[in-house]
Design a protein around this ligand. Structure first.
Ligand SMILES: [Fe+2]
Ligand SMILES: [Fe+2]
Length: 279
């Protein structure tokens, strides 16, 4: 099974690039399942109902989020109407929305997607390890799901690596988000789970984490907020990872970065193209 994950969409630049590219990516790589993190899709802060609809229409199967999930207040209401929109699972009991769901991939396989959030240098939510454990117990690999993808939205790489080993052999992929900068540590962990500390963002990299440079720079220099953070509007780099899942075990065969457009060095999951040529 071929899974594609795209990291945090930031503002109009990131969101439009993803909406435009997704149909092509689905076809080019014969993708079975696509997950995108849209926590910064609406002006850098949260996601609106219309943006969610546009992403689903473009070919996203599931939209995950993070600490910015409810920045657009309307999300507190419409999240209840969309199974395909997830918020971190370890928010307090009673928070609108869900943190996990079982979804159908293109060829009918069941994919469990879990969205969890770290607690190091972040809000003090419930324990993400126990929250993920509960989901894996309720719906395990090959007992309930053909593939399991976890978006772990966290600041600290230590917490992300620990979560990776915590689910190793029990999930297809543990993909970090939130820092907006892609890391170069994509790997298959010893028991077969694909891992990367951060998928990176889909946004303009001529920026500070996707935001126009001026305001963040001034705040570092003066410690005074002089305006709002607004997304940078130059050409986006799409950042994500491609994960090839072994249908027999649900574990990962390959993980490779995808980076397309904009300023970052380009990368594409060439193993899929090579497979297509060999067929
Ligand atoms: Fe983000
Ligand atoms: Fe975040």
């Amino acid at each position: 099974m071929r899974l594609l994950f795209l990291g945090d969409l930031v503002g109009r630049s990131g969101r439009n690039a993803v909406i435009e590219a997704l149909p092509n990516l689905r076809e080019r790589y014969s993708l079975d399942f696509v997950v995108v993190n849209a926590e910064n899709a609406a002006g850098g802060f949260g996601v609106t109902e219309q943006i969610l609809i546009d992403l689903l229409d473009a070919g996203a199967d599931v939209v995950t989020t993070g600490n910015h999930v409810f920045d657009q207040r309307e999300a507190l209401v419409f999240i209840e109407r969309y199974d395909r929109l997830l918020r971190p699972i370890n928010y307090p009991a009673g928070t609108p929305g869900k943190g996990a769901g079982l979804f159908k991939a293109a060829k009918g396989q069941d994919v469990l997607v879990i969205n969890a959030m770290g607690r190091v240098f972040m809000a003090d939510l419930d324990d993400p390890f126990r929250a993920v454990e509960n989901e894996l117990e309720a719906c395990g690999l090959k007992t309930g799901a053909d593939a399991i993808l976890i978006d772990f939205h966290a600041e600290a790489t230590s917490e992300k690596e620990a979560m990776g080993y915590f689910v190793d052999g029990r999930a297809s992929a543990l993909i970090g988000t939130h820092t907006h900068v892609p890391t170069a540590d994509e790997q298959i962990l010893p028991r077969g789970t694909a891992y990367i500390s951060d998928a990176g963002m889909c946004g303009d990299f001529d920026s500070v984490l996707g935001m126009d440079k001026e305001e963040p720079l001034q705040r570092f220099l003066t410690k005074i907020a002089t305006g709002r953070f607004t997304p940078a509007l130059g050409e986006a780099t799409l950042c994500g990872v491609a994960v090839d899942v072994d249908d027999a075990t649900g574990l990962a065969r390959v993980i490779a970065p995808l980076r397309q457009g904009g300023r970052l060095s380009q990368a594409e999951p060439a193993f899929w193209l090579a497979e297509a040529q060999a067929e």
